[in-house]
Design a protein around this ligand. Sequence first.
Ligand code: SAH
Length: 216
Amino acid sequence: MYGRDLGVPDAASLREALIRDGIKNEAVLDAVVSVPRELFVPAAFRERAYENSPLPIGLHQTISQPTVVAMMTEALDLNDRSKVLEIGTGSGYQTVILAKLCRRVYTIERHKPLQAEAETRFQRMGLHNITVRAGDGSKGWPEQAPFSRIIVTAAALDVPATLLDQLDEGGIMVVPVGLEENLQHLLRIRKLDGDIETEDLGPVRFVPLISDEDPA
Ligand code: SAH
């Protein structure tokens, strides 16, 4: 499992904790520690914002653990030309970190209230390279495809074929895949010359990706 339950009291020691957890990319470390996580958690959890652990954000959803956010961001290998699709905006914490490292992020959240709150945060932070939509992200964003990078921050049962179709040649997708909470693996998928290359980055735990087509 990535990350341990380290008590991280402030942003400075967050960097040390991320390094201990194996994050190496300096730009990723800079981006993660530059984003005030307390702005993304409900008031009741603000004191715990710098713990290296997931926290509730309402509607049974969670803000991811900083180590997991950093690890997924590092795995995407972003640059200033990257056009990123993110499925599962949640609080918008991961979105903001992506936005600091790429050209533009298109992000989709199925819970309208979470989407609206995240959008307000992006505006307050003066970030203009994020486009937000409420809806079922498992369908991707066909009008904006292809994407050079795709990140899914909820666990899918299998690599979503629709999203793979919207990944550009040479692109990278990072997605947690697995049926049960304790059996999910983070996969990094590369599309190269029409071939699909899959790499297992290890076990993770995410809330499920819920598609509109799923039985109620
Ligand atoms: N990265 C987020 C945490 C995401 S939790 C953060 O940093 O805060 C996963 C999110 O995915 C939840 O908000 C959940 O509502 C959303 N989600 C689940 N299935 C989805 C789908 N099909 N389309 C869009 N969002 C989805």
